[in-house]
Design a protein around this ligand. Structure first.
Ligand SMILES: Nc1ncnc2c1ncn2[C@@H]1O[C@H](COP(=O)(O)OP(=O)(O)O)[C@@H](O)[C@H]1O
Ligand SMILES: [Mg+2]
Length: 459
């Protein structure tokens, strides 16, 4: 927020009291209009319009101060015309009241004269006469306050708060001159606006970490590929036996890079349409059937028994078929890869109401493998997070599967829950809202009796 200084103008003293009253009324109207326009520009953050907003607000504030003089509450000292005003204008207060960021107005020496609601909520109320340093013990900010108080330009100061929680703030400190400049060492008021940048910094850190991780994941197979190409061109040029072995490893590494790129592209595609909720009707019973067929070879490899149990209801949900196949594949593949060799993987579909009472379906994939220690559970859906990176790589994992699952479920406005007791396996559940037709017909579709165990074993 920027504010520019403006010169005061005088109230006519020779006009009749009626004329004065009319003039004040007009000024008041003009002032309110200017301030509302200025506030609107600020609130909607029109780019490059900070200065214009500041001018409008200030013009409004000055006019308001003149036109609104008779409305000043009696407990406030009257402004001594031409010298330093003691209280911020009502207009200035109105403006900071509509700003969502915490704002303080101090006098030129840093004594708090006003604070908006957000500042009160975030930093507590300052007592009359307290300096801002009682609320914000940030040396850089207080130094900026001092410079601005002495007539310096607008300043921006970034600082971090450690207690009660870690927060990143950007403080903008702007001087406001209300009356004539002559003979005044200090600005009349200082506006300190604090913008919470914690979330922005977190997203930025995530972005940087993500790029570093993705580059590292791509670099490793690339380095291996380059190494083998060099070997094949050099020392192993005529080594018939090793050539084939090396070429196989190279193919594997190229496959790893391709999987990673596929998963990265998947993630970015899902993220791009994150705000668009899929609307088509997808039969989850069919999806489960298709995934079981697709993963047949993997189940065979690990010797696991895949058991499917479907409640006898219509399993159509609101969703995107390809994405729901991707979700189900990721979960069943994980259960097969990280579960017990020769163990059992249960896939169940049941009817369950959502938190707001909406009709829905719950897909649960459960294995009887070693499970996951509790400290890993909250981080499993982070990109590239693996409990055991070597095991994941050996099993052709990218560390992105559950991140993709989380994003798809979020786009579907569904819920993902993970449960595990170490030594007793892991269970991943996804709730999805029923398609309107399935929800409407749910009652008639349900046959009495227990859930039917279709138990389609792979073996
Ligand atoms: N059913 C499971 N049992 C035990 N650990 C699991 C299971 N599913 C996922 N994990 C752990 O979560 C990690 C992340 O899974 P995921 O995001 O699908 O990545 P990836 O399978 O590519 O490694 C896996 O590396 C594994 O350590
Ligand atoms: Mg996986």
């Amino acid at each position: 927020m920027e504010m520019a200084g403006a010169d005061d103008s005088r109230t006519p003293t020779t006009a009749s009291s009626r004329a004065v009253a009319r003039l004040r009324a007009h000024r008041l109207l003009l002032a309110v209009a200017a301030m509302v326009a200025g506030a609107a520009i600020l609130v909607y953050d029109v780019p490059m319009a900070g200065a214009a907003a500041g001018l409008l607000i200030l013009a409004g504030a000055v006019a308001f101060g003149l036109g609104g003089a008779p409305h000043r509450p009696p407990d406030r000292p009257a402004r001594t015309s031409g010298t330093t005003p003691v209280w911020p204008d009502t207009g200035m207060k109105l403006v900071v009241d509509v700003i969502e960021d915490p704002c303080f107005i101090t006098d030129g020496t840093g004594i708090v004269r006003y604070q908006n609601h957000a500042a009160g909520e975030r930093f507590g109320m300052a007592r009359p006469g307290d300096p801002l340093s009682f609320k914000l013990r940030v040396p850089e900010l207080l130094a900026a306050l001092e410079r601005v108080g002495r007539g310096g330009d607008v300043e921006a100061v970034r600082f971090a708060e450690r207690v009660p929680t870690e927060r990143a703030w950007l403080a903008r400190v702007a001087g406001v001159r209300v009356g004539r400049r002559e003979g005044r060492a200090r600005t009349d008021f200082i506006l300190v606006r604090l913008h919470d940048e914690t979330e922005m910094m977190r997203v930025e850190r995530m972005r940087v970490d993500f790029i570093a991780n993705a580059s590292h994941e791509l670099r490793t197979p690339l380095a291996s590929l380059t190494g083998f190409v060099e070997t094949l061109l050099g020392p192993a040029r005529n080594d018939e036996v090793n050539r084939e072995r090396f070429l196989k490893i190279m193919l594997e590494q190229a496959g790893r890079m391709a999987r990673l790129i596929d998963d990265l592209l998947s993630l970015s595609r899902i993220e791009m349409k994150a705000h668009l909720r899929p609307e088509t009707s997808v039969d989850m019973a069919q999806v489960v059937g298709q995934v079981i067929d697709m993963l047949g070879p993997l189940a065979e490899e690990t010797g696991a028994r895949v058991v499917r149990t479907l409640a006898p209801v219509d399993h159509r949900v609101r969703g995107d078929r390809d994405e729901l196949i991707q979700v189900t594949t990721n979960l069943v593949e994980n259960a097969l890869k990280y579960g017990r060799d020769g163990g059992r993987v249960d896939i169940t579909l049941t009817a369950e109401k959502g938190p707001d009472g909406a009709e829905g379906r719950l897909l649960t994939v459960r294995d009887d493998g070693p499970g996951i220690a509790p400290e890993h559970l909250p981080r499993l859906t982070e990109r590239f997070y693996r409990v055991d990176a070597d095991q994941s790589r050996r099993r052709k994992g990218t560390g992105l599967g559950l991140a993709i699952v989380k994003h798809i479920v979020a786009r579907h406005r569904g819920r993902l829950s993970i449960r595990s007791t170490p030594g007793e396996g892991a269970s991943f559940s996804i709730w999805l809202e029923s398609a309107p037709a399935a929800a409407a017909g749910a009652g008639s579709a349900v046959r009495p009796g227990p859930a039917v165990d279709l138990s389609l074993d792979r073996h």
